[in-house]
Design a protein around this ligand. Sequence first.
Ligand SMILES: [Zn+2]
Ligand SMILES: [Zn+2]
Length: 245
Amino acid sequence: MRLEVLGSSSAGNATLVDGGDALVLVDAGLSTRQISLRMEALGYHLADLDAVLITHEHGDHVSALRVMMKKHPIPVHANKKTFGGFDSSIIPTKNEFSTGSSFYVSSLHITAFPVSHGAADPVGFFFNDGEEKALVATDSGQATKELLKHAKGCQTYVIESNYDTEMLMDGSYPFFLKQKISGPFGHMSNDDCGMLLVDSIEDNDPRVILAHLSKDNNTPQKALETVNGFLERTGKKARVEVCSR
Ligand SMILES: [Zn+2]
Ligand SMILES: [Zn+2]
């Protein structure tokens, strides 16, 4: 299974998953043009997508849909509250799933599990193509037990490493915003991410892509150093990279 993060920040999120005989996009928060260009650079075409999966209704996860659906009416999968949280009347084919349930796109088995974030009914996605397992989880203020369960022993992780705790706390954000970001319905810090990976990684040298980094409260170097520090101290091995666009 191949996962590629096309973009991941509060400015826009989209991750490509090529597994089984399916090609799916998790979130569509960049412009349709950027999604298309970044797919082409990896040898894929927007028109080849079998489905778009939406984690939650925030603009940085759905903003491309209006334009994308006009050109390419790809089926969109989300839960009822997420479809209800933005103007989803623009989507011709809506496939509704319930949080906690599994479904197939072609032969790719997908589970939508609950995460902890200030949105209507936010989820992460777990993929199994029969050979490999992969996880996409961003926008979660804490690791839910369902997140921990699905993170066990994956071959690929796209996981949120949003902020460095010191940078957030010493930074210029107002106090209420610092509380919100670091609270149970906010985002995962570099430390949270490191601890989750220590709990989850098994002896298969997985690929880890750190995602949804804050531009103001984190740097790619800090995220990498912190997460690698957790892994080194516990003897866990992984190929960690960071998505900084
Ligand atoms: Zn987000
Ligand atoms: Zn969000």
